[in-house]
Design a protein around this ligand. Structure first.
Ligand SMILES: Nc1ncnc2c1ncn2[C@@H]1O[C@H](COP(=O)(O)OP(=O)(O)O)[C@@H](O)[C@H]1O
Ligand SMILES: [Mg+2]
Length: 272
């Protein structure tokens, strides 16, 4: 049994299929990517995986998270899974953080809830959690989210996501909103944490280079469908469908332009 088993997942919004018959699995300790253009259904798939679909979206098919069927389950039944089984990291960390609560407390809360820590033990755990995401400064624990930089906020969101010791980290474009150097630091951090903690990773991005760096296997989504999936190396060397072929070709063209900026008339920066 895989940690996450998605079979025939379909999500409709007002009669429109925004996710259409998608199936894939993530085994314990495995790193899987979802790549696709904006609006292809990546975020809706990741939300459906944890039973967090908003009002107006309805899901059918099957999503099994560590053996528990998520589709149709009551929120009360899923809450214990969020944190210890699967945790989500979003593109814009501000949406995940409480603007009115100091970040130390926001990291402490899931540790109290899921690990039962109290008092000095809890304080020490918060300190360690900040150090783990390379935010060793005590000042950070007392800060409010708006007092931090985008990169620091994503580190805090990472500390919160990891507080319940999840078996699976779902990261939905976690670096897309950050500038390139900070993006690289956060990817390095996530790479290290996933390896150290032997977590499974479901990593979502529109950027093939980033997905290739972070994962071993990839699901390619287009207009709600999983049009292709396989090992990253195989997808890059022998893409099957026209969309995946175009995706690989454009990543190659960008790569070539970066190697020789003069040839492309000095292009803009890349995703890396
Ligand atoms: N809560 C919602 N209500 C209605 N439509 C939605 C909702 N969330 C997403 N959608 C639609 O579903 C499609 C897929 O969205 P999404 O999964 O966010 O794409 P992306 O691949 O960019 O993450 C889009 O067309 C989007 O407009
Ligand atoms: Mg998205």
């Amino acid at each position: 049994m895989s940690l996450l088993e998605i079979a025939g997942l379909t999500v409709t919004a007002g009669g429109r299929r925004v996710v259409d018959d998608v199936s894939f699995t993530v085994a314990a300790g495995e790193r899987v990517g979802i790549i696709g253009e904006s609006g292809s259904g990546k975020s809706v798939t990741s939300l459906a995986a944890t039973g967090l679909l908003g009002a107006g979206l309805s899901a059918s098919g099957s999503v099994r998270l560590d053996g528990t069927e998520v589709i149709g389950a009551a929120d009360r039944a899923l809450r214990p899974l969020r944190g210890p089984v699967a945790a989500l990291l979003f593109q814009e960390p501000l949406t995940a953080l409480d603007p009115l609560m100091r970040v130390g407390r926001q990291i402490a809360e899931p540790m109290r809830r899921h690990l039962g820590l109290r008092g000095q033990e809890l304080q020490d755990a918060v300190h360690t959690a900040l150090a783990d995401v390379s935010l060793p400064d005590e000042r950070i624990a007392r800060a409010y989210p708006h007092e931090l930089s985008g990169g620091q906020r994503q580190r805090v969101a990472t500390a919160i996501a990891l507080a319940g010791h999840p078996k699976l980290l779902i990261a939905d474009e976690p670096t897309t909103a950050l500038d390139v150097t900070v993006q690289d630091e956060i990817l390095t951090l996530l790479d290290r944490l996933v390896a150290e903690r032997d977590m499974a990773l479901l990593f979502i991005s529109h950027d093939l280079a980033v997905v290739a760096r972070m994962t071993d296997r990839v699901v390619v989504m287009q207009r709600g469908r999983a049009v292709e999936q396989g090992e990253i190396s195989q997808i890059i060397s022998a893409p099957q469908g026209p969309y995946t072929t175009a995706l690989v070709a454009s990543a190659r063209a960008l790569d070539a332009a970066l190697d020789d900026p003069a040839a492309s008339g000095g292009s803009e920066g890349s995703g890396r």
